[in-house]
Design a protein around this ligand. Structure first.
Ligand code: SF4
Length: 249
C-alpha cells in the first residue's frame, strides 16, 4: 500500500451544512462549539488527541459537559512515557478514558521487518503506518471528529475552519480552539489547573513521538521541534489543504 490515502469528498448536502455551521460557529466559544458537535453528531462523534496543550483544554471542557464521547490516542509505540502517564492523570481528574489505538504490528515487529526504525529513513511512511492507517480503521465508525488544531500553530494550520470536511478520512472535523492562541490555551491551563504534559516544562512546545520531537528555543515556532531538520511539518493526520478550509468555505 502506498503512503497515501484515498480522498473522500463531502456530498453537496454535507458541504452545504458544513459551510453553514462553520460560518455560524466562527467566533463562538469552545464550549458552545462542543455542545453543538455533541448534539449534532453523538454517538457518531469522537476526539483524537496526542495530549498536547490544546487537547488537554478540550478534554477539560468535555469533562464539564459530556465525558462519554469516545476519545482516542494514536499510540505509535514511540510516544514519550510522560505522554502515556498524562493519559492516566486525565482519567483520574476528569473520568475520561482515552483509548490507545495502535497499529497491528508492535514496534519490535515493525522494526524487524524494516531492519530498524523507519522514522530515521522514511518518516512519512512511518507516520502513515503508525498513525494514518490506524485512524483509517477508526474513521468508518464515526461521522465527525474533534481535534485540537489552532490557526496560530503555523502556516499549515492558518486556514483551519471551526467546522470543516476532512477529505482524508471522510469525516466532519471540528476544531473548537481554532481561533485561540497559544497564550489563551496556557492561561486556561494555569487558571483551571488542567493537567498537561510535563515536557512542556522542559522546553518542548509541541509534543509528538519521542524520536521525532526536540525541545525548542524560546524564539522558535511552536512546531519547530517536530521532525527537526526535515521538510516535513505534519504527520498527515491534519492535511488542511485536503479539507474544506476557511478559504474554500
Ligand atoms: S512521528 Fe516519527 S516515530 Fe512517530 S509515527 Fe511519525 S515518523 Fe514514526
Amino acid at each position: 500500500m502506498s503512503a497515501t490515502s484515498r480522498s473522500k469528498q463531502a456530498t453537496p448536502e454535507q458541504a452545504e451544512l458544513i459551510k453553514y455551521w462553520n460560518e455560524k460557529l466562527e467566533g463562538s466559544d469552545p464550549e458552545t462549539i462542543l455542545r453543538w458537535a455533541i448534539k449534532t453528531y453523538a454517538p457518531k462523534l469522537t476526539m483524537g488527541t496526542a495530549l498536547g496543550s490544546s487537547g488537554c483544554v478540550i478534554l477539560s471542557i468535555l469533562a464539564r459537559i459530556e465525558t462519554k464521547i469516545p476519545v482516542f490516542n494514536l499510540d505509535t509505540g514511540y510516544q514519550f512515557p510522560e505522554t502515556l502517564e498524562l493519559l492516566e492523570r486525565i482519567r483520574l481528574k476528569y473520568g475520561i478514558e482515552i483509548v490507545r489505538r495502535s497499529a497491528k504490528l508492535s514496534v519490535a515487529e515493525y522494526e524487524a521487518i524494516h531492519d530498524g526504525p523507519l522514522y530515521r529513513i522514511d518518516s512519512d511512511r512511518c507516520c502513515y503506518d503508525r498513525k494514518i492507517c490506524v485512524l483509517e480503521s477508526i474513521a468508518p465508525d464515526y461521522d465527525a471528529w474533534i481535534s485540537g488544531l489552532r490557526r496560530d500553530q503555523g502556516p499549515t494550520r492558518a486556514n483551519t475552519p471551526v467546522v470543516g470536511w476532512d477529505a482524508r478520512f471522510g469525516l466532519v472535523k471540528i476544531a473548537p480552539l481554532a481561533l485561540w492562541t497559544n497564550k489563551d490555551v496556557w492561561n486556561t491551563i494555569v487558571t483551571e489547573s488542567i493537567p498537561y504534559n510535563v515536557l512542556f516544562d522542559r522546553g518542548y512546545k509541541s509534543i509528538g513521538c519521542a524520536p521525532c520531537t526536540r525541545p525548542t528555543l524560546p524564539d522558535e515556532d511552536e512546531r519547530a521541534g517536530r521532525w527537526s531538520g526535515q521538510l516535513k511539518t505534519e504527520c498527515g493526520l491534519h492535511q488542511v489543504n485536503e479539507s474544506l478550509t476557511t478559504a474554500q468555505l
